[in-house]
Design a protein around this ligand. Structure first.
Ligand code: BTN
Length: 255
């Protein structure tokens, strides 16, 4: 079994500073032939990338900033959101292993503790026909940072919650253990088990909230996610609609 499922992270490239580990990984894949599970880790990013063209800010040497290169050729493009689920579950479990409670996955793949963001994920898939040629899994986990710029909305970190400093190498090691486990669950077709774990941790599921869609707002309850990764919401009139990322936003006010 061990040989059939080699652990991810057998090749780790450590960088002091880089523009973005995702950009570095993308270039590496286009110019060389890295092994599956190659990890790029940086102490600091000058142009850390977030979702929808945003930046990911992280103070030097305090947080985990990494990208994992995967070649999930057996995963269909139509199932690509499963990769997002696997990564979110792996991070959520890692935080629980640090005795952090109330860990939630805010759709599609932000990781929250209570109402504060502790980790972000940026996945870039290169598609070939019906399959995924390669997938760059960018993960930023706030580990030891305690102070943030005022413009970063509701951040938190492992250290802030646990009141302890943590070794970032250990956090990466724990992440790779969990990611290996859930990624191979996906390759072995255990979609239902993965769906169950994802839904169990979904932020704000089954309770009434306000959603923002352009200039409009509406009330509804999150029911889950469809196979395309769209969020399913039951509106007040009981109709069920699906939404893509960028189409809607939601949050809960922090008390
Ligand atoms: C988000 O929540 O907007 C996604 C943030 C993803 C940040 C990580 S940090 C390591 C990797 N390299 C990047 O440039 N971005 C991801």
């Amino acid at each position: 079994m061990e040989e059939l499922i080699p652990r991810l992270g057998q090749n780790i490239i450590k960088l002091i500073e880089v523009d973005s580990t995702n950009t570095y990984a993308t270039n590496l894949v286009s110019k060389t032939n890295p092994i599956n599970g190659t990890v790029i880790r940086a102490e600091y990013q000058t142009k850390g990338r977030g979702q929808i063209g945003r930046y990911w800010n992280s103070a030097p040497n305090l947080n985990l900033l990494c990208s994992v290169i995967l070649f999930p050729s057996s995963i269909l493009v139509s199932d690509q959101f499963m990769i997002s689920k696997v990564v979110s579950i792996a991070i959520a479990q890692l935080l629980e292993e640090y005795d952090i409670e109330d860990v939630k996955i805010k759709w599609p793949n932000d990781i929250y503790v209570k109402d504060r963001k502790i980790a972000g994920v940026l996945i870039q898939n290169q598609i070939q026909g019906k399959s995924i040629k390669n997938s760059i899994i960018g993960v930023g986990i706030n580990v030891n940072q305690l102070i943030w710029n005022i413009d970063i909305p509701n951040p938190t970190s492992i250290s802030k919650i646990t009141q302890k400093k943590h070794d970032i190498d250990n956090v990466l090691n724990d992440l790779l253990n969990n990611l290996s486990k859930y990624y191979y669950m996906l390759l072995y077709g255990k979609h239902e088990a993965i769906d169950e774990l994802y839904i169990r941790s979904l932020y704000l599921i089954n309770s009434l909230h306000t959603f923002y869609q352009g200039d409009a707002t509406f009330n509804g309850a999150i029911l889950g996610v469809n196979t395309n990764g769209q969020l399913l919401i039951r509106k007040s009139d009981q109709s069920i609609s699906s939404y893509s990322f960028r189409e809607i936003s939601f949050s809960r006010h922090i008390l």
